[in-house]
Design a protein around this ligand. Structure first.
Ligand SMILES: [Zn+2]
Length: 439
């Protein structure tokens, strides 16, 4: 058999994120797309002596990152408008640029660039909310990364459609196109409570139930959003979403920088998931997600980078680092979000939020082989007392060494295997030149 069909990976450590914790001197066997065995390396070499071995000395093997929120195609707007508050940034820069530039081709090229960045930095599954989700899905399928694409629903027209009815219709069509693809899911992405009225929210819920499709929505991104809603409707956006029936365990609430006891009780009642995007919240000065309180309330919190126009990278290692530090500052408690919990937030919690916890998010026999290795042969990670500490507080994405998605090797010795990187850089710069010339 070729190396891609069955491989024995022999790293220094395996961080399974299952109850067995951090294993030293263990190996992992991949067969096709599945993790088939995890066992001590001497036993593995004896039992699987004829199998192709991927030796990763001084490396840590772990589940791939699950980036639970982004707008991949916006990679083409990276660095276009910085240092602005959310509504100025959206209304004066991002929405006009999107109105002018977003097309099927824009989404394909931007998403391709984002996928290269994500794979190279250890993300094996991403969730995305953007126009033309079927184009993003085609890119994810072509380049072999797992993805849930949420097509947007809003009250107003965009290059993607004329209004809620057309958006919903197109998203269902994309769902039909990809419903049998093993790496791809399609969901509904009502943009935010302030851009979608009750009727389309109810329609989204009805269709999501009928077709078993997940839902993702930006919620309570800023204090202004909550105060404005209270002034206009007398209700907090969380209350309104609960009342229209949108919430459920298939719903991901993105940002949630505002969460009082009423909000938390609503989230918990419906088992909705919160997606924390700390770097985007910091950059747009949106506020701070109270993750410690949310977790204490029993709410699943996962991690996302948000789009590259508000971060400005798709780097889950740095997002995890920021999340761990920010949690301590916000709760005035240095014990908040310890390293291992931050790693879970970037992996298994994301898998739960996407309804994929039986497939991905940890290394377990029978699960999908979505696996990454981190190279500790680096001055930044020496000496080692606790590899998990380094993973969160010392490592950078340049140390991601190998990446497998569904057993297929996508990054080898820090190199993308299925991209022409030079061509990709030129493609992205061509877009930037066009966009800049028109500004
Ligand atoms: Zn977003």
């Amino acid at each position: 058999m070729s190396g891609e069909q069955i491989s024995l990976i022999t790293p220094k450590w395996v961080l399974t994120l299952e109850s067995d914790g951090l294993l030293e001197g263990h190996s992992l066997l991949i067969e096709q797309n599945i993790i088939k065995d995890i066992l001590p390396t001497p036993d593995a070499r004896q039992k699987y002596s004829s199998v192709h071995e991927v030796e990763l000395p001084n490396q840590l093997l772990m589940p791939g990152f699950v980036n639970c929120h982004g707008h991949a195609a916006m990679n083409l707007f990276k660095g276009l408008a910085d240092d602005l508050p959310l509504m100025t940034w959206l209304e004066e820069h991002i929405w006009p640029a999107e109105g002018q530039w977003v097309s099927e081709e824009f989404v394909r090229d931007g998403t391709k660039l984002a996928i290269a960045e994500m794979l190279r930095s250890g993300t094996t599954c991403f969730s995305d909310m953007y126009f033309f989700p079927e184009q993003a899905a085609e890119m994810a399928a072509e380049y072999g990364i797992r993805a849930t694409l949420f097509g947007p629903v809003m009250d107003f027209p965009t290059p993607y459609g004329s209004g809620p009815d057309e958006y919903i219709e197109k998203i269902i069509k994309a769902h039909d196109q990809f419903k049998h693809h093993s790496l791809i899911d399609i969901g509904f992405g009502p943009h935010a409570p302030y851009t979608v009225s009750d009727a389309p929210l109810k329609q989204v819920r009805a269709m999501a139930d009928q077709l078993s499709m997940p839902i993702q929505i930006h919620l309570h991104e800023t204090e202004f959003e909550v105060l404005d809603a209270i002034e206009k409707t007398g209700k907090r956006p969380s209350e309104r979403l609960g009342e229209v029936g949108l919430l459920g365990d298939d719903v991901q609430l993105v940002h949630v920088t505002q969460a009082n006891e009423i909000d938390m009780a609503i989230f918990k009642e419906h088992n909705a998931h919160v997606i924390h995007c700390p770097e985007s919240n910091l950059k747009l000065a949106s506020g701070f997600c109270p993750i410690e309180e949310l977790q204490k309330a029993g709410i699943n919190v996962a991690l996302g980078t948000d789009g590259s126009a508000s971060n400005n990278d798709l780097d889950m290692l740095s997002e995890m680092h920021t999340a761990a530090l920010l949690a301590k500052a916000v709760s005035k408690n240095a014990s908040a979000l310890p390293a291992l919990e931050a790693v879970k937030m970037a992996t298994i919690n994301g898998a739960k939020a996407l309804g994929k916890e039986n497939e991905i998010g940890s290394l377990k026999v029978g699960k999908q082989a979505d696996i990454i290795s981190i190279d500790f042969n680096d001055v930044s990670c020496t000496p080692v007392y606790d590899p998990v500490s380094h993973l969160v507080y010392s490592c950078s994405r340049s140390q991601v060494d190998h990446v497998w998605v569904a057993g297929k090797l996508q990054v080898q010795n820090k190199q993308l295997r299925h991209f022409n990187v030079q061509q990709l850089l030129e493609l992205a710069q061509d877009w930037a030149n066009k966009i800049q010339a028109s500004n």
